[in-house]
Design a protein around this ligand. Structure first.
Ligand SMILES: [Zn+2]
Length: 129
């Protein structure tokens, strides 16, 4: 995932595009050379050239990280109470702390790095003006 945004000509606030595209050529095929956007802060509508559109991070990796931090302990507790997992054994091996910390961050880094690749791909090439 990634988010396509541009910055308002009037107040420089971030304006999000509701379209998704792999790169600017793909975006050009979907919207043309210019896209008309209204700033949510100052309500000004302007035409923006697609070279002014940039890809940025979404909050999804952070969201996944927080969800994993909340869900994994619950899951471990559930598995332990139902006898699928022996927490005492894992605790003995020091693995529980590892599971609680390593798994959420592994999720975070996996999603975040795939997002970085998509962002780089989009921002790398500009279309001819
Ligand atoms: Zn504005």
């Amino acid at each position: 995932m990634k988010q396509l945004v541009t910055y308002c000509n009037n107040c420089h606030s971030k304006i999000g595009l509701k379209k998704n595209a792999n790169d600017r050529v793909d975006l050009q095929m979907k919207v043309g050379d210019y896209v008309s956007l209204t700033c949510s802060k100052c309500r000004t509508t302007n035409e923006y050239h697609i070279n002014k559109v940039v890809a940025t991070h979404t909050i999804i990796p952070m969201l996944v990280l927080f969800l994993a931090i909340i869900i994994i302990p619950i899951l471990i507790y559930y598995l332990n109470t139902n006898g699928f997992l022996n927490v005492d054994y894992i605790l003995y091996n020091g693995g529980l702390i590892g599971m609680l910390i390593v798994i959420p961050f592994a999720f975070y880094f996996t999603i975040s790095s795939s997002e970085n690749k998509q962002i780089r791909l989009f921002n790398q090439y500009k279309v001819k003006e």
